[in-house]
Ligand binder design. Structure first.
Ligand code: PLP
Length: 483
């Protein structure tokens, strides 16, 4: 038996490379990532390829080891080349993500030490670090001491946790679900609808409250609808406002919604996944007045704080309500439940074992301080405003509403032919050019191109390039259709 164990040990020891071997892999990985970062300004934002990374399957997962050189080649060709490069400042589509470098090192540390950030008993320091970040986020939105929350994988799961907490806090039973009413606008992010379904409220009544010309919830209509639903024996239950819609960056009138929620005793949830951190900026903070009165708020540090993907947050005004919704005990965790000096992520979310995502958030925030984050966000607001003005100076372009945050819509109106088709061509042309990347949306049958500025790498020269690319592409499409 001992011989067998020793033989197995020999093979299993390959999982623990020694210092020299570690240095070798580390240098290869660091060199590869440095090559990327050094050239980030010239690497295309969108790379059109024919194989679309399909050669990934040629490197089969087998019993045999492979070299780091070979594997990085596979990654370079199949993963880091085709499609969108969200680390590029030219990413001006959807809601751009970030990828702050110290976050990568934070992930490195978190993975090497592999601290158990799920429960306080396992790693009190890791849990305190996440609680410190959550406290800071609560301060950012103006929540009281009673508030708390959870660092999630993103905004979608954060919304799900909040809506689940709202359901439980209202003490409603399954037999009530088809009489419960949830109020949103048609601008709400689709993940909110998914979240409603996932917490079992698929049958609930959903009301799309009309929006005004700025795409904000019409609170007069909201109040009327709630009253009417009440009179009809329904159970108005929660209002989900957006603080920065994905399509156009509209912030609902939060203060007015808060007052209505208070009057009718409804749960007030704010999805601020895109816009939340603009509360830090003097240019936009007034738009968020009333967010501090919400029962729950979702923010997404992997958007507005430029962190790499996989960092969202749910904040709940009364932590106890979140705890009551999520806390469970289990006999195999009985030791852990004796050490409860602070609440643990496992008490406040569906996750038990989890990524120690606090480290990738805490490291850049502490290293840089808050000031450059705030400046970066203000810069995005002004870049969007600048584009709004400059695009109108190019003949044929028209714009949508003035940007409330850092997203806006525009389109080209050709003298003849179908405008929707022309703009679709234009978006495709921009994608093929690849220097910047834009996306589109359709509002009431009209095709619009969106400009969403939120990458920490987007600066004035990026916006100038974007204007140049658009001008060029319009010329190209025109010359094509003439021939
Ligand atoms: C991005 C976004 C979400 C979804 O968040 P993920 O982090 O992508 O899961 C929800 N709501 C709004 C307003 C968003 O912009």
């Amino acid at each position: 038996m001992l011989d067998k164990i020793k033989a197995l040990e020999q093979l299993a020891l390959q999982l623990e490379p020694d210092g020299i071997a570690r240095q070798h892999i580390r240098e290869k990985v660091v060199n590869y990532s440095e090559g990327f970062l050094e050239n980030i300004e010239t690497i295309l934002t969108y790379q059109v390829t024919t194989d679309k990374g399909s050669a990934i399957y040629d490197t089969a997962i087998s019993e045999e080891p492979k070299s780091i050189e070979q594997l990085l080649k596979v990654v370079a060709h199949n993963v880091d080349r085709p499609g969108l490069n969200p680390a590029s400042g030219g990413h001006l589509a959807y809601i751009p993500g970030g990828g702050l470098f110290p976050s990568a090192l934070g992930d490195y540390l978190a993975a090497v030490f592999n601290r158990y950030a799920g429960v306080f008993y396992g790693s009190p320091g890791a849990v305190r670090m996440e609680n410190q970040l959550l406290r800071w986020l609560c301060d950012v939105v103006g929540f009281p001491e009673s508030a708390g929350g959870n660092l999630t994988s993103g905004g979608s799961i954060a919304n799900q946790i909040a809506i689940g907490a709202a359901r439980d806090a209202k003490g409603l039973k399954a037999r009530d679900f088809d009489r419960m009413v949830i109020y949103t606008t048609q601008q709400v992010h689709h993940c909110v609808h998914k979240a409603i379904n996932m917490v079992g409220l698929r049958e609930a009544v959903k009301r799309n409250i009309p929006i005004n010309e700025h795409f904000q919830m019409d609170t007069v209509a909201l109040e009327k609808q709630i009253q009417q639903d009440r009179n009809n024996g329904l159970l108005p239950f929660m209002v989900i406002a957006s603080a920065g819609t994905t399509d156009v960056g509209a912030v609902d009138p939060l203060e007015a919604v808060a007052a209505i929620c208070q009057r009718f005793e409804l749960w007030f949830h704010v999805d601020a996944a895109y816009g939340g951190f603009f509360v830090l900026c003097p240019e936009t903070s007034a738009l968020f007045r009333g967010i501090e009165q919400a029962d729950s708020v979702v923010v997404d540090p992997h958007k507005g704080l430029f962190l790499p993907y996989g960092t969202g947050a749910v904040l709940v005004r009364d932590t106890q309500k979140l705890y009551d919704s999520q806390h469970m005990e289990a006999s195999y965790l009985q030791d852990a439940f004796q050490d409860i000096e602070e609440l643990s992520p496992a008490d406040l979310s569906p996750e038990l074992t989890k990524h120690f995502r606090g480290m990738r958030f805490w490291l850049p925030l502490q290293l840089f301080g808050v000031a450059p984050f705030r400046a970066g966000l203000s810069e995005k607001i002004w870049l969007c405003r600048y584009f709004y003005e400059e695009i109108q100076k190019i003949e044929g372009f028209e714009v949508g509403a003035y940007p409330q945050l850092s997203v806006m819509m525009f389109r080209y109106v050709p003298k003849e032919g179908d405008a929707n088709l022309f703009n679709d061509e234009l978006v495709k042309g921009v994608k093929e050019d690849g220097r910047v990347f834009l996306s589109s949306t359709t509002i009431e049958g009209v095709y619009y191109i969106r400009l969403a500025v939120l990458s920490f790498r987007t600066h004035l020269h990026t916006i100038e390039t974007c204007l140049e690319v658009l001008k060029e592409q319009v010329g190209l499409i025109k010359s094509k259709t003439k021939n």
